[in-house]
Design a protein around this ligand. Sequence first.
Ligand code: COA
Length: 161
Amino acid sequence: MPTRPSITLRPFHEADTAFFTGLATDERVTRFVGDGRPWAPQAIQDRLRAALQQQPVEQGGAVRWFIAEEEGEAVGLVVTTRCDAGVEIGYWVSPQHWGRGVAGAMVDLAVATVPDVYGRVRLIAWAAPANTASTRLLTRRGFELEASQDGLDRYVLAHTQ
Ligand SMILES: CC(C)(COP(=O)(O)OP(=O)(O)OC[C@H]1O[C@@H](n2cnc3c(N)ncnc32)[C@H](O)[C@@H]1OP(=O)(O)O)[C@@H](O)C(=O)NCCC(=O)NCCS
């Protein structure tokens, strides 16, 4: 049996810009994100600015990003965003680390961390139905399919604690 990866989450810093840019410009990573294409430099800049701004977490649109590390190396990114219905989470793993349970560990840590940051909220995740690894890891963790919109499924975890 493969061992579970030992993953930690820490806040995203400006020094993580190159890691984020590498993910956002990798078509394997963006395939099921946004319009499916690698991100343009302006989009990367806009998202980075929002992530580093540290808008108060009570405000709609406030974001907090986290870097997932394994043995001191960045292997993934967790994105959390305050929305009307709760907090949306997104998760990206470097392709060389896919299929080892990294995303599963990241989502477990995000479920534990989000209440510390935002309080007790509903957790929401959007996934393309064809993104099998994503939909599988959500349903395995108790997220329920709530609705579909614009080709994406909206999963909700009602209680984070
Ligand atoms: C989706 C993504 C996060 C999965 O990361 P990962 O670290 O490979 O996922 P895990 O290894 O934790 O696997 C999650 C589950 O999917 C399964 N899985 C992994 N790869 C799979 C594949 N290609 N097909 C089917 N199932 C797969 C795993 O077996 C696991 O299920 P289990 O818990 O029942 O064993 C990763 O592919 C990625 O970063 N994709 C690009 C960004 C993205 O689409 N993010 C999600 C939308 S925000």
